[in-house]
Design a protein around this ligand. Sequence first.
Ligand SMILES: C[S@@+](CC[C@H](N)C(=O)[O-])C[C@H]1O[C@@H](n2cnc3c(N)ncnc32)[C@H](O)[C@@H]1O
Length: 212
Amino acid sequence: MRQRKVKNEEERLSEHHRYLIQQPQEKKNRWHEVFNNSNEIFAEFGCGRGQFILTLAKLNPDRNYIAFEGRGSIILRALEKAEGADLKNVMFIKEYINDVNEYFEENELSGIYLNFSDPWPKDRHSKRRLTHRRYLEGYQKVLKNGSHIEFKSDNSDFFLFALNEFKNCGMKLHESTMDLHGTKLEAAKVTTEYEDKFKAAGKEINYCKVQV
Ligand SMILES: C[S@@+](CC[C@H](N)C(=O)[O-])C[C@H]1O[C@@H](n2cnc3c(N)ncnc32)[C@H](O)[C@@H]1O
């Protein structure tokens, strides 16, 4: 994701304490207290400027959403939008997720979204892919039994790699297509910023939904 330099990044991030969670590891197993309700919790890893998660939060006020993004200048845009929309069911974490179990207890999440995650095309970097089995094994622990991971990508090699990893981890393929917008699947209705760009350029979008 292209990054513009932002002046006073730390200071500007600190203005958004309502939406930006500090010391998120300390909230493990306490996320319901953070949201002050017992609604189900869904997470997105690598949310960019937040278009996708903020749309979901508006559409589903009875669900809670937590979105991770490592780059401060990018998450800042998501925080500004959340503030503008006055949403109560979405929170952001400015961290690069490495081990999901640091943040969530077993069965604490009801779904995970991975949208246009960095493909790390070199084989020697495959462990950095958010669909590598080392991540998937973590997702399996924190997700409730029977819940879903949804994955979108413009990169077919990365998509095929992910399908293979999901299968090797024993996850059940629920929906899969290499042209999401040529289908009537629900997942085509809520798009990400990257997805809109690729779609506008005529590129087909790979999508799958797996059950843990
Ligand atoms: C290609 S962009 C896609 C952004 C957005 N999901 C979309 O579809 O428009 C990938 C984003 O994931 C973030 N990212 C990459 N690895 C991450 C990680 N381990 N944890 C959190 N964010 C990550 C990057 O900083 C970047 O903003």
